[in-house]
Design a protein around this ligand. Structure first.
Ligand SMILES: [Fe+2]
Ligand SMILES: [Fe+2]
Length: 132
């Protein structure tokens, strides 16, 4: 067993149950990816699964934001798109690279997302549920 890339901790909670649940699942997925990358097993499939899961998660968040007429919707959506684009770019690069021993860049993108986006942007969404 490889050590997990991320360990869930409650400082990542944003206070919206369905999204907190999904964030936990996503962190499990990312740890599964980390393990697959380390063991050179099922890498393409797991990388693709994460992309699909991120897309579905962002779609759910955007749905929740629209329902609440969230004022930061546009900038939040732009961040989602940028994250998906950079992840896809690194994924393609990684899968096309004959020397695929370095999985750090793709894990760094995910780290920026997990730490940066959940804490920096998703957390702000809890404000929208307070005044509605
Ligand atoms: Fe999120
Ligand atoms: Fe988000």
């Amino acid at each position: 067993m490889t050590d997990p890339l991320f360990v869930w901790d409650d400082s990542l909670l944003i206070g919206i149950d369905e999204l907190d649940f999904e964030h936990k699942v996503l962190i499990d997925d990312i740890n599964r990816l980390h393990e697959a990358l380390a063991q050179h097993k099922d890498r393409a499939r797991v990388l693709g699964d994460i992309y699909a899961r991120m897309q579905a998660h962002f779609a759910l968040e955007e749905h929740v934001m629209r329902e609440h007429k969230y004022e930061l919707f546009d900038e939040h959506k732009v961040e989602h798109e940028a994250l998906l684009d950079s992840y896809a770019e690194y994924m393609v690069q990684f899968l096309n690279d004959k020397d695929d021993s370095n999985s750090k860049p793709i894990e760094d993108v995910l780290e920026r997302w997990v730490i940066g986006h959940i804490i920096g942007s998703d957390k702000k969404m809890s404000l929208m549920t307070k005044d509605s």
